[in-house]
Design a binder for this molecule. Structure first.
Ligand SMILES: *Cc1c(COP(=O)(O)O)cnc(C)c1O
Length: 394
């Protein structure tokens, strides 16, 4: 270690994404961590068996942990990370969750709730008072879970997303976290939409952060990966235990690909965010667009809050195309450059009509979710413009 290192300022996140998770510098040592394809390790060291740990996971965990300001545990998918957190709750768990939370999270909750292992209540996370009163009522009701006071989730869990998917509502993370803690709940934030470069929920008081690393972190639509991050030793123990015992672990090659993607995270987030800002403005001015939801626009109800708790407004834009579901489908069918598909956070711009999915019927039918990529913004706009209806159909 460099003895003067302590006196240097802590590197910025844009530097950490490039430099962390590498082997210690020494002559002849590779600059990149190896893909460690080994299920077993020589006896006597810390690493024992490949379901419990892998050096390529550790390299990725070092970067994600530093970005979020905690200790990261990587999983085979975002949903595996989410499942590990929710499976750590005492039974029956109590979860207050956004009504427009990620579809997979809601399906997971419905599945386990259907088998009596937890109960949940949905809320509008943009309404701070309503969320906190739901927490108070729901989690104080009789039939509290068996866990000892202070145990993770014993007083219930407030699950948060901000911005939400796909309505891009902004939750007041600091006030909600403080309020939930006062009521005895623990707080989990799914930070997939913002990325740790724009928002660090542990610093705002959250107990756990989860990520679909499939999206912005890995960033190239070529890998499925997830992560959970915490500062609490009890939660960390839960996460590593769940990962080992559930056994659906990430492959070392996938972890390496995700790490390779993370190297350019700062550049991608910056470029995609700038593109999104421009496109949101232009979409809002287009006669074929009924409404635009983007936290970077002053007409978004969470605009000021997003400005305070995020370092940018992100690369997701949702908008309603004129002509209802049919108008939106026709728009999507006319796209040539922009890919039509589900997912987000890749280098390529991706669009889909969310209301087509089962379980998303509550959404405006014409709502298109745009995950803005890093292409030249004029090319994206040219494609959107040629595909949009010129005048609203009657
Ligand atoms: C995609 C996504 C997930 C699930 O992640 P997978 O990697 O697909 O398992 C969770 N939360 C959000 C917000 C997502 O967009």
């Amino acid at each position: 270690m460099d003895p003067t290192a302590g006196s240097r300022p802590r590197p910025a996140p844009a530097t950490d994404v490039v430099h962390l998770g590498r082997p210690p510098a020494a002559p002849g040592v590779p600059v990149n961590p190896p893909v460690v394809l080994s299920s077993t390790f020589h006896q006597g060291g810390e690493l024992i068996y490949g379901r419990d740990g892998n050096p390529t996971w550790s390299a990725l965990e070092e970067v994600i942990g530093a970005l979020e300001g905690g200790t990261a545990v990587v999983f085979a998918s975002g949903l595996a990370a989410i499942a590990a957190v929710l499976e750590s709750l005492p039974i029956p768990g109590r979860v207050v969750v956004p009504g427009d939370a990620y579809n997979g999270t809601r399906r997971f909750l419905a599945d386990v709730a259907g088998r009596g292992r937890l109960r949940y209540r949905t809320v509008d996370v943009a309404d701070t008072e309503a969320v906190l009163s739901a927490c108070a009522e729901f989690c104080e009701a009789p039939g509290r879970p068996s866990g000892a006071a202070g145990e993770f989730g014993a007083g219930g869990v407030l699950w948060l997303e901000s911005p939400t998917n796909p309505l891009l509502a902004i939750a007041d993370l600091r006030r909600l976290t403080a309020g939930a803690h006062d009521l005895g709940l623990d707080v989990v934030v799914d930070n997939t939409f913002a990325s740790p470069l724009l928002q660090q929920p542990l610093g705002l008081g959250a107990d756990v952060v989860v990520h679909s690393a499939t999206k912005l972190l890995a960033g190239h639509s070529d890998v499925i990966m997830g992560a959970a991050v915490t500062r609490r030793a009890d939660i960390l123990a839960h996460l590593t235990t769940r990962r080992s015992l559930h056994g659906g672990v990430a492959g070392p090659w996938e972890a390496w690909l995700a790490l390779r993607g993370v190297r350019t995270l700062a550049l991608r987030v910056e470029r995609a965010g700038a593109n999104a800002f421009t496109l949101a403005e232009r979409l809002a001015a287009h006669p074929g667009v009924v409404s635009v939801r983007y936290p970077g626009r002053p007409d978004h109800p969470g605009h000021e809050l997003a400005g305070r708790q995020m370092k940018g407004y992100g690369s997701m834009v949702s908008f309603e195309v004129a002509g209802g579901a049919e108008g939106a489908d026709a728009f999507l069918a006319r796209l040539e450059l922009v890919t039509v598909g589900t997912s987000l956070g890749g280098v390529e711009t991706l669009a889909e009509r969310r209301g087509r999915w089962a379980g998303e019927q509550g959404l405006p039918p014409a709502l298109v979710r745009l995950s803005v990529g890093i292409e030249d913004v004029e090319d994206i706009w040219q494609d959107l413009q040629q595909a949009l209806p010129v005048t609203p159909p009657q």
